[in-house]
Design a protein around this ligand. Structure first.
Ligand code: PNS
Length: 164
């Protein structure tokens, strides 16, 4: 039983994240999608909203026999990974620009906990420029999000903006 943690902010989940989860399903029996609770950041969606959206959109993806679970965590990622008895941490790398930061994190995590491996995965090229940050910026400036996030996420973003 190979278990991985796929950590992130997921504010909001994008089609790039879902692509990585599906690829991860080819390598792992279970993936825990772990949302970081970061009191320092002012998020667009609350943890509960992000968790609910993730759970909903994961119902619609092809996962083979892979178990998918959504959770949140605070503190050090490696502590959480140990607590969950995970073998690995999955991170998506879109471009060389991601690599430097991701390498730094992976090496620090390895120093903190040598038993947990980090696995880098590349999303499909069509998602290589998609990030939650850009999705929010484009949305807030009135741009089209079709193909970048699941329709449910775009809908929730519209509702959130309308309620502000
Ligand atoms: O989606 P993000 O914001 O790029 O995810 C970053 C995340 C959650 C993977 C990273 O910030 C993290 O692991 N935070 C937990 C705190 C921690 O373990 N810090 C040391 C990592 S070197």
């Amino acid at each position: 039983m190979r278990r991985a943690i796929y950590p992130g902010s997921f504010d909001p989940v994008t089609n790039g994240h879902l692509d990585i989860i599906q690829r991860g399903c080819k390598l792992f029996d279970e993936i825990i999608i772990a949302i970081l609770v970061n009191p320092e950041k002012q998020p667009f969606f609350t943890i509960e909203e992000r968790q609910a959206m993730l759970e909903e959109v994961l119902k619609g993806i092809d996962r083979g026999g892979c178990l998918l679970r959504v959770d949140d965590f605070q503190g050090l990622l490696v502590h959480y990974a140990l607590e969950q008895k995970a073998d690995a941490i999955v991170r998506g790398i879109r471009a060389i620009s991601d690599y430097e930061y991701e390498l730094q994190m992976a090496l620090m995590n390895r120093r903190l906990e040598p038993t947990i491996e980090t696995v880098f995965m590349m999303p499909a090229e069509k998602y290589s420029y998609v990030s939650s940050r850009l999705v929010k910026e484009v949305f807030q400036l009135g741009g089209e999000l079709e193909g970048l996030v699941p329709p449910l996420v775009e809908e929730q973003m519209k509702q959130k903006l309308a309620g502000r």
